[in-house]
Write a protein that binds this ligand. Structure first.
Ligand code: 13P
Length: 335
């Protein structure tokens, strides 16, 4: 394992208060978002949309890396220039989602396991040859009656660590994403308890599998009340709880933590990240940043609507949200 190469990539991804742009929706997720925005669900539209994102002028002012999907990493712009070249030429680091989605966890109703380990070493080698320098794997855990089970947490943590080991062997920085979902009626306190258990278990497995912690980025959820709980929580309290939880379970050797947005509105995600940077306890051992998908794209997708006439507006929306989140990373967000 070339730890120096891995740490060079983590440092580049975490430099200068920039963050990551997740544009790695699977075909079905991207199609669902297109359906909501009234856009025809075709491969060409998915290609046009991703071209619009990566060609947003000035994106590299706020974004250090973009996360692609296996369809996207092979695509080119309308004049035939590969997306990977456009991204790299803009000074942005290309990354790739390598899990193949979730399946029902056998024997554990309502729980999911993330798939994609079979043949992963060969896919990683191919992605590395294509120019990807980091990758992503997302595990999902739901909070509900008696769930997540211990088995769901351990099985997903084990898969995350096996993925991370293969990535590091192939020279790619693994983004380790254990997402405790916001869906449900649970309290913020429950989210705290479960997130802490999940992250502790993930680090147990990473340790067991000899992962170089300086060569990973953790991508967790913030500590939030369930969407149906009715609980109201200030950005300051979310920031305080999130930092406290992470301080209790993320080793100092980890260079960076990049939050997912998980269904928060674009503004909420920025305000809460901003509050973390303003928190007096924020003399932290790791860098905090964003790795948002929906919170960076939502406004732009609605502006674009699949119509070239709206492209400039959509790109302005992307530029704006990326800039807002870089400002939040400095505690200077003010939409
Ligand atoms: P969201 O920010 O929309 O949660 O997406 C981030 C991501 O990469 C999910 O895997």
């Amino acid at each position: 394992m070339n730890v120096k190469k891995l740490t060079e990539t983590t440092h580049a991804l975490l430099a200068d208060n920039k963050g990551l742009f997740a544009m790695d929706e699977s075909i079905s997720t991207c199609n669902k978002r297109f359906a909501d925005a009234g856009i025809a669900q075709t491969e060409e539209n998915r290609r046009r949309y991703r071209e619009l994102i990566i060609k947003t002028s000035g994106l590299n002012e706020s974004i250090s890396g973009v996360i692609l999907y296996h369809e996207t990493i092979r695509q080119s712009d309308e004049s035939g220039i590969p997306f990977i070249k456009i991204i790299t030429d803009a000074g942005i680091i290309p990354g790739i989602k390598v899990d193949i989605g979730t399946e029902d966890l056998a024997g554990f109703p309502d729980e999911k396991i993330t798939e994609g380990l079979d043949g992963l070493r060969y896919r990683l080698k191919e992605y590395a040859r294509m120019g990807a320098r980091f990758s992503k794997w997302r595990a999902v855990m739901f909070i509900g009656q008696g769930i997540p089970s211990r088995n769901c947490i351990i099985s997903n943590a084990n898969a995350l660590a096996r993925y991370a080991a293969l990535c590091q062997e192939c020279g790619l920085v693994p983004i380790v994403e254990p997402e405790v979902m916001m869906l449900g009626g649970h309290s913020s306190k429950m989210c705290y308890t479960i997130t802490k258990e999940v992250i502790n278990t993930v680090f147990d497995e990473l340790y067991l599998q000899n992962i170089a912690l300086e060569g990973i980025i953790l991508k967790p959820n913030m500590i939030l009340p369930g969407l149906d709980s009715g609980e109201k929580k200030s950005a300051e309290k979310i920031a305080e709880d999130t930092i406290k939880c992470l301080m209790e379970c993320v080793p100092a050797a980890v260079p960076g933590i990049a939050f997912l947005s998980g269904g928060q509105s674009p503004q909420e995600a920025s305000i809460r990240l901003n509050a973390m940077k303003q928190n007096p306890a924020s003399n932290l051992p790791w860098k905090l940043t964003f790795s948002f998908g929906r919170a960076l794209q939502e406004t732009a997708l609605m502006s674009w609507k699949g119509d070239d006439a709206n492209m400039v507006n959509a790109q302005q929306d992307i530029y704006h949200r990326a800039k807002c989140n870089r400002a939040a990373n400095m505690g200077l967000y003010n939409d």
